[in-house]
Each structure stands twice: as structure tokens, then as C-alpha cells.
Ligand binder design. Structure first.
Ligand SMILES: *Cc1c(COP(=O)(O)O)cnc(C)c1O
Length: 423
């Protein structure tokens, strides 16, 4: 048995499925998950000492690559002063100031510890602010694992949601309305029928949890207009896209001012840190100022805040996103060229430092289209790449990530490997 196999067998004894988050178990692609020992720049090493070029980056946070010296130094310095106080610190103010400066839609922001907490709290706030219960989400978008978000489309015309997990009460799911992504007529029909009951739309402005799917300009405009006309809020869930697709996030690319925004992943630089924020009149409803309750023992944790500040300071350096985007494009342009050269249904696209690769003739625009991609072919490709030392997300339904430490030579090597495997 390999070390990875030995560890996976051991992990399953006291951890359900051997993992602390389900996709890690390789359920969708089969085989044994790799147990990582170390990461440096674009590379990770597993328990058997094998090196991989990493295109997962801890599912998005590691935009500076693994163990970036500036981040590690900031974390070490903060840790030496104590790990947690459960009381205010100056660094929290610095991070809140920086987030509000970098993202003009944020008048105020609250720090939490996970993306799930950020979206759950933003939804409670939207409901508390509007006095309405209904929430609109889109098929294939993931917003963390709070009850009201673990909901899939039901059958029937006006899609009352069904729980997508056991343990979620139908009564909770009933208040979540699920529509297809990029479907403007469906969105208009829903608002025409129930606009006055809707508290908010929550959306992944570039969807990254059903592989990568881009929102159309019409869809973006419709979400903003319909919420405004109906007294509902627009929540941009930028936990994945925030400071990953652009210095001004997806809302900057879309030229949209959402009412609320959720952030996570990159803003913690690999530490447990997330945030939600937005309009001043809405944020004023948060406790201790207002009636919407939310709290956290480790919220604004000084070590996590130090990692976040150090990461954002690197991102702000001039040319950062040009470099990251051009490297990511090198990868996706290369994938597209391979698909054409070999005459196979294989294509790709990127937004900033985030990419999608599909075993399909064309880029998908919805969950239904993503589901039509060739999953068996992806799984075989995934394992061949893994054997060749390239670590892709272990599922056909996840976006990929490039860091600034990936060199053009790393990406060229990945493309050569891809050609050899798909030929
Ligand atoms: C990852 C993610 C979340 C959940 O964040 P966690 O930190 O895993 O709880 C929420 N929304 C989006 C868009 C995400 O990608």
C-alpha cells in the first residue's frame, strides 16, 4: 500500500469518509485522495513524496501560491503576540478599511470565519432588513452549507425548492426559490408573480461551483433591475470570485453595485477568514447597532487577519492581475488549442485567475449544460494528469485556480502533459 492509501484507511476510522469536507474524498473521480505534507509556490508534495503542480490552491485562497514568504512572516509575527483575544484589535480595523477601500460597494463590513457564515449572515440580514422571507438562488450555485441554501430546484412552474441534504426541513427549503442560471425570462416571471415577497437574490457572479459558468450581461442587468424595482436586495456571493477574478472582484468586471457582498477564500490567504458587507443603511441593522443578531468567538482572529492583510497587500501591487490573468489565459488558450488540434470536444475559459475546462464542444451557460459534459472522460483525464504530477480539482464540477507563483514553464509543462494524455 502507498502512504496515501495507509493514511486514507486510517482516516476513515475516526473521520466520516476519512475527510473533513466531502469533495476531498475523491468520490466523484474514484481512487485514493492524496494526503499533502508540504506546499511551496505552485507545488504540493504528498505523503509518498510525489510532487504535483497544484491547480486547486486550497479551492481558491492560495492566489500567491503555497507558503508565500510575506504571508508566513505576517502569520508568525501575529502568532507570537497571542492567537486570539475575543476582543477588538487594530489589525481588524486595517482589514475592514482596506476591504471598503478596494470594494466601493462596501460601506461597512463584518469579519467572520468561513464563507458559509458570511452567506448565512448576509441572508439573515437581508431578511431582517426587508422584513421578507423568500430567497432566490440559482441552480448549480453553491453558497456554503446553511440550511436555506442546501436547496435544489423542485418540479413545477414556480420552483419552490426541495432540500438537497437530509436534515433540512421542508419549511426552510420552501422559502428558497431556485431558478436556472442565466435564465432571464424565468427570473422576470418569478418577480412578476412574487416580487413583493422576495428578500434577496443571492448569486455567484461568476459561478465556480458547477465548473466555471459566466453570467451573461442580460442576466446581470436583470438581477440588478428586478431587485431594485421590487424592493429586494442583490447579494453578490464573491467568496470565490472576490480578489480572484479582478482587483475589484466580479462586481468591478460587471460594473454592478450589489447591496450586499460576501467574501472569503482569498481574503484569508489560506486562514479561516471571511466577511460580509454592503450598504450603510443595511449594515446598520446588525447587532449591536440593530436587531439582526450575528456573532463569533474567533471572528476577526488576529492570525487570520494578518494572513489576509499580507495577501491583499501583494494583490494590490501594480501589474498583479495582468500577470495572473495572462498566466491563466496561457493555460486555457493552450487547452483550447489542444482540443482543436486533436479534434476532440475539449474547451476552456478563464476569468482573472480562475478557469474552467470542459469535455464538451462549447462552453456551458447553465447547470444543465455543465451536466452534459463528458464526466467519464474527465475522470480518466483527472487520474492520468494526477499520475503525471498535475493536481486538478477531483471533480468535473469545480473551477480551477492559478497562482502568481505558477511560471510560464509550469503551465507549458501542464499543456505538454495534457497533449500526451489526450492524444
Ligand atoms: C467556498 C464558497 C462558499 C463557502 O465558503 P466556506 O468557507 O467553504 O464555508 C460560499 N460561497 C461560494 C461562492 C464559495 O465558493
Amino acid at each position: 500500500m502507498t502512504q496515501n492509501e495507509i493514511l486514507f484507511a486510517r482516516a476513515q476510522r475516526h473521520i466520516p469518509g476519512g475527510v473533513n469536507s466531502p469533495v476531498r474524498a475523491f468520490g466523484s473521480v474514484g481512487g485514493t485522495p492524496r494526503f499533502f505534507v508540504r506546499g511551496e509556490g505552485p507545488y504540493v508534495w504528498d505523503a509518498d513524496g510525489k510532487r504535483y503542480t497544484d491547480y486547486v490552491g486550497s479551492w481558491g485562497p492560495l492566489i500567491l501560491g503555497h507558503a508565500h514568504p510575506a504571508v508566513i512572516e505576517a502569520v508568525e509575527r501575529a502568532a507570537r503576540n497571542g492567537l486570539s483575544f475575543g476582543a477588538p484589535t487594530e489589525a481588524e480595523i486595517d482589514l475592514a478599511d482596506l476591504l471598503c477601500e478596494m470594494l466601493p460597494s462596501l460601506a461597512q463590513v463584518r469579519l467572520v470565519s468561513s464563507g458559509t457564515e458570511a452567506t448565512m449572515s448576509a441572508i439573515r440580514l437581508a431578511r431582517g432588513f426587508t422584513g421578507r422571507n423568500k430567497l432566490v438562488k440559482f441552480e448549480g450555485c453553491y453558497h456554503g452549507h446553511a440550511d436555506s441554501l442546501l436547496v435544489k430546484a423542485g418540479s413545477g412552474l414556480l420552483t419552490f425548492g426541495n432540500p438537497s441534504s437530509a436534515g433540512v426541513p421542508a419549511a426552510v427549503a420552501n422559502d428558497t426559490l431556485v431558478l436556472p442560471y442565466n435564465d432571464v425570462p424565468a427570473l422576470k416571471a418569478l418577480f412578476a408573480a412574487s416580487g413583493s415577497e422576495i428578500a434577496a437574490i443571492i448569486v455567484e457572479p461568476v459561478a465556480g461551483n458547477m465548473n466555471l459558468v459566466q453570467a451573461s450581461p442580460e442576466f446581470i442587468r436583470a438581477m440588478r433591475q428586478l431587485t431594485q424595482q421590487n424592493g429586494a436586495l442583490l447579494i453578490y456571493d464573491e467568496v470565490m470570485t472576490g480578489f480572484r477574478v479582478d482587483l475589484h472582484c466580479a462586481q468591478g468586471l460587471h460594473n454592478i453595485t450589489p447591496d450586499l457582498t460576501t467574501l472569503g477564500k482569498v481574503i484569508g490567504g489560506g486562514m479561516p477568514l471571511a466577511a460580509f458587507g454592503g450598504r450603510a443603511d443595511i449594515m446598520a441593522k446588525m447587532a449591536p447597532l440593530g436587531p439582526v443578531y450575528q456573532a463569533g468567538t474567533l471572528s476577526g482572529n488576529p492570525v487570520a487577519v494578518a494572513a489576509g492583510l499580507a495577501t491583499l497587500n501583494e494583490i494590490r501591487k501594480s501589474g498583479f492581475f495582468e500577470d495572473l490573468s495572462s498566466k491563466t489565459r496561457q493555460l486555457t488558450d493552450g487547452f483550447n488549442a489542444i482540443g482543436q488540434e486533436l479534434g476532440i470536444p475539449f474547451c476552456a475559459q478563464s476569468v482573472g485567475g480562475m478557469f474552467g475546462v470542459y469535455f464538451a464542444e462549447q462552453l456551458p451557460h447553465s447547470y444543465a449544460e455543465v451536466m452534459q459534459c463528458d464526466r467519464a472522460r474527465f475522470n480518466a483525464f483527472f487520474h492520468a494528469m494526477l499520475d503525471a504530477g498535475v493536481y486538478l480539482a477531483p471533480s468535473a464540477f469545480e473551477a480551477g485556480f492559478v497562482s502568481t507563483t505558477h511560471q510560464k514553464s509550469d503551465i507549458q509543462q501542464t499543456l505538454t502533459t495534457t497533449t500526451n494524455i489526450l492524444r
